[in-house]
Design a protein around this ligand. Structure first.
Ligand code: GLY
Ligand code: MN
Ligand code: MN
Length: 455
């Protein structure tokens, strides 16, 4: 076995063991975050200033704090109000001066901070015993000292790397707020976008990340199987969604990776259908696109099953075309292959070719017009994870393959979405244990009914 494959096999074996033993929320070892910071520092010619979330980003009562993903990727620190400062590996073309090259700025332990802990639970503050060792950084310091440090660095460096606001910034303006703060501290500096440099690293998963993605995937597959046990005409979409959430949250998933999609009949054709308030009808297909996050890492899985337990001939025909498109794309996965872009050999073109060459709609048109979204996306801390556009596949990348055909006038939508790990030689389908073919699905549903199903 190649060393990389060995590492993954080992990691997955350990995962199987620790999934029953370990506490729910896990971090990778400090050395992993330190290595990521070193790689980023080696790629820049000026300081990186990366602001974690403050906890004020969302005021809804159901909000649970979850860290800014780039900050989490580099620190594993899931608490409010921290800032990472990295000094570049290169220093005026030579070796950098002695002294710490990375700093984690933490909130100060003020009276207000201590009062907040009575509401929100214990938090790490600058100066707390063992904080630096616990976080595995060279140095921790109180947040109010950051400004003077940036002012001082602005005398030696022109370029600073941070999160820049852009069209990706929706909702609370985290990047815009902190860029304003930085510009006040370093008015003459050039501020450069750090996201692509971190995306480059995030695209290839560590063994620890693979463990967590696998854990999320295993629990979400359990949730899908449980849904199939209860699906029958008369059951409500929200009952199915609730049962699925129960299964993965009981297993330690801390939240949905995205709002569960459980769509019956026409709703199966609505890509991001999340109202889940309809009653399943006899003869419908039920599309379930449901997945959780485990210790910050997402999974994303779709299956489509018949409400009655039996596909109609038309449903089976469309389903088999989608499945053939998925299988053809999965068969083409290997290092060097491309998801999308120019050329005939991309995974997207392969899937589109299958869908366009088989079957017709009621007017005799080919079915490509009903495949209206991308073939898939990288996945990790985010369900639609950080991606360098156009980069070829490499071992350790994880992404979805999710072709679909949605024909609203037939109230018929089918998507099959699998989680794919790129290996040295091809693909490992992380969702392989979840039945995919119509025969397998019918068999599972028939056996579940025989056993009494679920309510
Ligand atoms: N569940 C969102 C997606 O499939 O991309
Ligand atoms: Mn997806
Ligand atoms: Mn999905």
């Amino acid at each position: 076995m190649k060393p990389w494959t060995k590492r993954v096999v080992w990691a997955l074996a350990v995962m199987a063991l620790f999934s029953t033993l370990a506490p729910a929320r896990q971090r990778e070892p400090n050395s992993v975050y330190a290595e990521r910071r070193a790689q980023l520092a080696a790629a820049v010619d000026g300081p990186v200033v990366l602001f974690g979330y403050t906890g004020n980003e969302d005021s809804s009562p159901s909000y649970v704090f979850a860290q800014e993903h780039n900050f989490y990727y580099l620190t594993g620190h899931n608490e409010e109000g921290a800032v990472l400062l990295l000094l570049p590996g290169r220093h005026n073309g030579g070796s950098p001066p002695a002294g710490p090259r990375e700093f984690l700025y933490l909130p100060q332990r003020t009276d207000n901070f201590t009062r907040r802990e009575r509401w929100d639970g214990p938090r790490l503050a600058a100066g707390d015993a063992g904080a630096t060792e616990k976080l595995g950084v060279a140095m921790t310091a109180p947040f109010p000292e950051l400004k003077a440090k940036v002012e001082e660095l602005a005398k030696s460096y022109t370029n600073f790397y941070t999160l820049l606001p852009g069209q990706n910034e929706r909702g609370y303006p985290h990047a815009a707020n902190w860029l304003k703060w930085l510009k006040e501290a370093a008015p003459g500096a050039n501020f450069r976008e750090v996201r692509p440099l971190i995306a480059k690293l995030r695209m290839v998963k560590s063994p620890g990340e693979l463990e967590l993605i696998t854990r999320a995937t295993e629990l979400s597959m359990d949730a899908h199987l449980e849904a199939w046990r209860m699906i029958r005409p008369g059951v409500w979409e929200y009952e199915v969604a609730a049962r699925m959430r129960y299964i993965y949250q009981r297993g330690g998933c801390e939240r949905d990776a995205y709002a569960p999609i459980v769509g019956t009949g026409f709703n199966s054709t609505v890509l991001h259908y999340n109202k889940v308030d309809a009653q399943i009808q006899d003869g419908d297909l039920v599309l379930m696109d449901v997945g959780c996050e485990f210790s910050g890492y997402a999974t994303d899985i779709t299956r489509t099953v018949p409400a009655s337990g039996k596909f109609t001939p038309r449903q089976r025909e469309i389903y088999e075309i989608v499945l053939a498109a998925a299988d053809a794309a999965i068969a083409a996965v290997k290092p060097g292959a491309r998801m999308a872009g120019q050329g005939e050999g991309t995974l997207t073109r392969i899937a589109q070719g299958v869908i366009n060459s088989r079957g017709k709609d009621k007017q005799g048109n080919s079915l490509g017009r009903y495949f209206i979204h991308g073939l898939g996306h990288h996945i990790g801390l985010n369900v639609h994870d950080a991606t360098e556009p156009g980069r070829a596949l490499e071992p350790g990348m994880v992404f979805t393959i999710e072709p679909g055909i949605y024909i609203p006038e037939e109230k018929l939508g089918v998507r099959v979405e699998d989680m794919i790990l790129v290996t040295e030689t091809g693909a490992k389908v992380l969702t392989a244990r979840l039945p995919r073919t119509p025969d397998e699905i019918e068999k599972f549903m028939a056996e579940a009914r025989k056993a009494g199903g679920r309510r």
